[in-house]
Design a protein around this ligand. Structure first.
Ligand SMILES: CC(C)(COP(=O)(O)OP(=O)(O)OC[C@H]1O[C@@H](n2cnc3c(N)ncnc32)[C@H](O)[C@@H]1OP(=O)(O)O)[C@@H](O)C(=O)NCCC(=O)NCCS
Length: 176
């Protein structure tokens, strides 16, 4: 996945009231597999991935990459937040910073995703002041839309991709 060019990576772990946002570690491997194999998590993002393929593909020490934060609650990974360069949902968004989030279903409904994403956006606003962030999600993904609105994203466009209506929001900044 594309990196955010001028940002120094990794930052020091970010601590919130309940969470730590940090780089992946060996102990996170099972949670990565759970996350990507989960039918609930995959419902609006292309479906779950076969567990046996994930077992083969994910190394013992999950790969670290620029813009990937593991969300840690009490020492265990409950999800991930990514901030990477948009890979081109729409020409207007290409190259922008794009926020993504995936949480294990048992961690939904506690405000953890909002708490983690707010912290990541806060970090980003410190390192690249004034730089907008985009976010694309299916309009049918109600939880994701609620979270986007809570974080302060406002609708920029609706468009069709992968056979479904998508919502693109922008955080702090102008669209064009
Ligand atoms: C999208 C996703 C991250 C949202 O997770 P979430 O837990 O609903 O989001 P939040 O962190 O904002 O939590 C909101 C819920 O926590 C509740 N909550 C409980 N305690 C809370 C607290 N202390 N603070 C804030 N909210 C709290 C809220 O009332 C709300 O509950 P509700 O869903 O019953 O209305 C999650 O559904 C997910 O991982 N989905 C699969 C992946 C996906 O589709 N990602 C989008 C890709 S574009």
């Amino acid at each position: 996945m594309a990196e955010l060019g001028s940002v120094t990576w990794p930052p020091a772990p970010i601590t919130t009231e309940r969470l730590v946002l940090r780089e992946p570690e060996v102990r996170d491997r099972a949670a990565f597999i759970e996350l990507l194999a989960s039918p609930e998590v995959g419902a609006f993002i292309g479906g779950p991935q076969p567990r046996d393929e994930l077992e083969r593909a994910i190394p013992e020490e999950p790969r670290r990459r620029s813009g990937l934060f593991v969300v840690d609650l009490g020492g265990a990974m409950i999800g991930q937040v990514t901030l990477t360069k948009d890979t081109g949902h729409l020409p207007q968004a290409a190259g922008r910073a794009e926020l993504g989030y995936l949480f294990l279903p048992q961690a939904w409904g506690h405000g953890y995703a909002a708490e983690a994403c707010e912290a990541v956006l806060g970090w980003f606003a410190d390192v690249l002041p004034g730089e907008p962030v985009v976010l694309a999600t299916r309009t049918a993904n109600v939880r994701s839309l609620r979270l986007a609105a809570k974080l302060g994203f406002t609708e920029a466009e609706r468009f069709e991709e992968w056979g479904a209506e998508q919502w693109m929001g922008v955080w702090k900044g102008t669209w064009a």
